[in-house]
Design a protein around this ligand. Structure first.
Ligand SMILES: Nc1ncnc2c1ncn2[C@@H]1O[C@H](COP(=O)(O)OP(=O)(O)O)[C@@H](O)[C@H]1O
Ligand SMILES: N[C@@H](CCOP(=O)(O)O)C(=O)O
Length: 293
């Protein structure tokens, strides 16, 4: 039997829709995998009542199928589902890493990314890899159809999860189908700035590169109080702020010095709208870790 911890992730980071992602220091899912003749799944922990145990509907079932690695899989959810923190991806990433080892499949972490992305297709309709890549590899990742590039970084972050549910599938339906050339130019400038910021471990550059005038404004309408929370975060010293994944989590990049103040300002802004929320004061962190059990 093996135990695997796979972290929550924040995808997109504004300018990198369906491409950029970061592993977060916390929260995380922990799964246990044990060889079996057929795959069975037990789910417990945060939001487990909303997560199917049917292998055809759970992301880990799709991963077990793709690796031809039937197992009894116990999922202890630390990442709330429909959070914008890569909840479904954390389980899929943990399963890919754990089952690869349990069955000695010998695949590299990079090779496991498209396999874990099959799990994402089960829940959101597309096999987007921007959450599973950082959850497996760690750090900041750039996920392309032809592979993943990773950069080690340790940027301080605040992720604030309000008591609102946004399903990734629904939030993908509001993504605009077209963009202007001006928006394209701005997106390239922001994405390049953010990537340089990750390479230099510079929160100010990362924050500047989080701007996005295409996907984020369309999705902001699904998060009551989004604009007020962003304004509060910036006033408290954040370098940049955007929607985490498909939402409703709002994520800010900042310095270590400003992190607590930014978190409190964002929580207060949600509270002013009558919305309970919790803040994770964290940073870009490690990928999935395996423990013998
Ligand atoms: N192992 C899993 N962990 C979390 N959610 C899962 C899992 N397997 C299937 N789901 C389903 O995926 C949906 C949540 O995924 P998604 O909307 O992408 O949220 P998130 O942004 O947190 O990843 C829920 O409908 C949930 O039932
Ligand atoms: N690129 C995807 C990321 C979804 O992330 P999640 O954490 O909300 O599952 C998208 O923006 O649709």
């Amino acid at each position: 039997m093996l135990t695997v911890r796979a972290p929550a992730t924040s995808a997109n980071l504004g300018s990198g829709f369906d491409v950029f992602g970061v592993a977060l220091g916390r929260p995380a899912d922990v799964i246990r995998v044990e060889r079996a003749d057929r795959t069975t799944i037990d789910v417990r922990g945060v939001g487990s009542e909303y997560i199917p145990e049917d292998p055809e509907k759970n992301t880990v079932g799709a991963v077990a199928e793709a690796l031809d690695a039937p197992a009894h899989i116990t999922i202890d959810k630390g990442v709330r589902p429909a959070s914008g923190l890569g909840s479904s991806a954390a389980s899929a990433a943990a399963a890919a890493v754990g089952l690869n080892e349990l069955y000695d499949r010998g695949l590299s972490r990079e090779e496991l990314v498209p396999i874990a992305a099959e799990g994402e297709a089960v829940v959101s309709g597309t096999a987007h890899a921007d959450n599973v890549a950082p959850s497996i590899i760690g750090g900041f990742t750039i996920a392309r159809e032809d592979g993943v590039t990773g950069i080690d970084a340790a940027i301080p972050l605040v992720a604030v999860l309000p008591e609102i549910v946004v399903s990734t599938r629904d939030a993908r339906r509001v993504v605009p189908e077209t963009a202007t050339v001006e928006q394209l130019v701005e997106t390239v400038a922001n994405a390049a700035t953010l990537t340089a910021g990750m390479a230099r471990n510079d929160p100010r550059l990362v924050g500047r590169g989080m701007g996005d005038s295409v996907v984020t404004p369309a999705r902001a309408k699904l998060i009551d109080g989004y604009n007020e929370v962003c304004t509060a975060a910036m006033a408290a010293g954040a370098a940049g702020v955007t929607i985490s994944g498909a939402g409703p989590t709002v994520i800010a990049a900042c310095t270590d010095h400003d992190r607590r103040r930014v978190a409190n300002a964002m929580l207060d802004a949600f509270e002013d709208r009558g919305t309970d929320a919790r803040a994770y004061q964290t940073r870009v962190g490690r990928g999935a870790e395996v423990f013998d059990s």
